[in-house]
Write a new protein. Structure first.
Length: 400
């Protein structure tokens, strides 16, 4: 197959997994979740598990937003290096955030097994490699910070990386805690699983207006229905920025492509996530059906038309970059696509309540750790609703 497409690979690969109706009748619930991507699906699972009467709506088809375009690399490494994050927010918050992301990968694996999802979850190593010799010094500093914090890491020299992966790098940090998944498939499977347990799901139902009362919210939808909920949880990613009074995220355009199936991929390549020290960084992983997925070439988001117009040029640059670092690997592009994501100054998400929105919570997992941050949110938000917020809620709060 030799197709160029600006449709994300996951949409083409999975097709139409499950469908839901739009909302036509007024209803009430304990929790209203807005957004059906992997974040909304994880939050719905958490609330149903804890016994909350939960409704989820989305203005699109299910998981057709950012979750259909994500590369779904599961890393505990946050976009801001650990040693820098320690300097920014202190060791307790920085190490705690890194460890929570690490633990969330194991939790996600258990969740996949629990619901029996065929989403291709795989445990993997992660190699963070220096693309230039001048990056080795600070990358070794990062290695020491992670080692001191108790992470299982190993420093690999240039020759070791070349021998093991065929990768041209100046050195790198090898971690054992990583993974990959098809987030689009998993989001669908989570919603389908919980719909059988009482979750009510409605697509093509856009939230148009919300009235925030003292003890409830009244949500008006594009279909004319009104939802009365005790709490509302926004899982709308970077789109939430438009409703917030302060700027919390810088929007970026990112580009990705996936190769044809390649039976010649070595086990060392297949079992490892790769990302480098460039800015913007290159990231690579294999899919469960034997393809190499590559992403990067990020730039500031201006508008969707400009983002999409650059797709061909960005794809060509990504192909050249792959050949630069993996010169012996045969890479034949099969699909390429682009999307928009958000980046915060400290690399951390915004998870919690906002003072301008009573009875409301946000789970906004920006950056390269959106999925693992969302897993963390599965505990943070229910804890906040109970009135007993955990430690990380302080570091993920609005106004920090």
């Amino acid at each position: 197959m030799d197709i160029r497409s600006n449709e994300p690979f996951w949409l083409v690969k999975n097709g139409l997994l499950h469908t839901y109706p739009s909302l036509r009748d007024h209803l009430s619930c304990d929790i209203l979740i807005v957004g059906s991507g992997i974040t909304g699906a994880l939050m719905a699972h958490s609330f149903i598990e804890k016994g909350f009467d939960t409704v989820l709506i989305d203005k699109r088809e299910i998981a057709n937003g950012s979750s259909s375009a994500t590369t779904s690399m599961l890393q505990y490494e946050i976009d801001v290096p650990l040693y820098e994050l320690i300097e920014m927010i202190g060791a307790q918050g920085a190490v705690g955030s890194y460890k929570a992301c690490r633990d969330s990968i194991d939790r996600l694996q258990q969740l996949v097994k629990e619901i029996g999802s065929p989403c291709g979850f795989e445990q993997k190593d992660s190699l963070y490699f220096a693309s230039r010799s001048k990056d080795v010094k600070w990358l070794k500093k990062e290695f020491e910070a992670r080692k001191l914090a108790g992470f299982e890491v190993q420093w690999l020299e240039k020759k070791e990386i070349k021998a093991k992966y065929g990768l041209l790098a100046e050195g790198g940090i090898l971690s054992t805690d990583g993974g990959s998944v098809d987030a689009f498939c998993l989001a669908h499977d989570l919603l389908h699983y919980n719909a059988k347990k009482g979750l009510r799901v409605f697509d093509k139902t856009e939230l148009k207006k919300v009235r925030y009362d003292k003890d409830k919210v009244l949500a008006e939808t594009s279909t004319g229905a009104v939802i009365t909920a005790g709490k509302i949880v926004y899982c709308t990613g970077y789109e939430a920025q438009s409703m917030l009074p302060e700027k919390i995220v810088a929007l970026k355009s990112t580009y990705a492509m996936v190769s044809e199936k390649n039976n010649a991929l070595s086990p060392s390549i297949s079992n490892t996530l790769f990302w480098n020290t460039d800015a913007p960084y290159l990231y690579m992983r294999t899919t469960s059906d034997g393809r190499l997925l590559v992403g990067g070439e990020d730039e500031n988001f201006r508008n969707a038309l400009r983002r999409d117009a650059l797709l061909g040029r960005k794809k060509d640059k990504l192909v050249k970059t792959v050949k630069k670092f993996l010169p012996e690997l045969s890479f034949i592009e099969d699909f390429c696509w682009c999307g928009t994501f958000g980046e915060t100054k400290d690399g951390l998400p915004y998870i919690g309540a906002h003072p301008k929105f009573p009875n409301s919570y946000f789970v906004l997992g920006f950056g390269g750790n959106g999925i693992t941050f969302s897993v963390i949110g599965m505990d943070i938000i229910p804890e906040m609703i109970k009135g007993s917020p955990g430690l990380l809620s302080h570091y993920f709060r609005f106004g920090r």
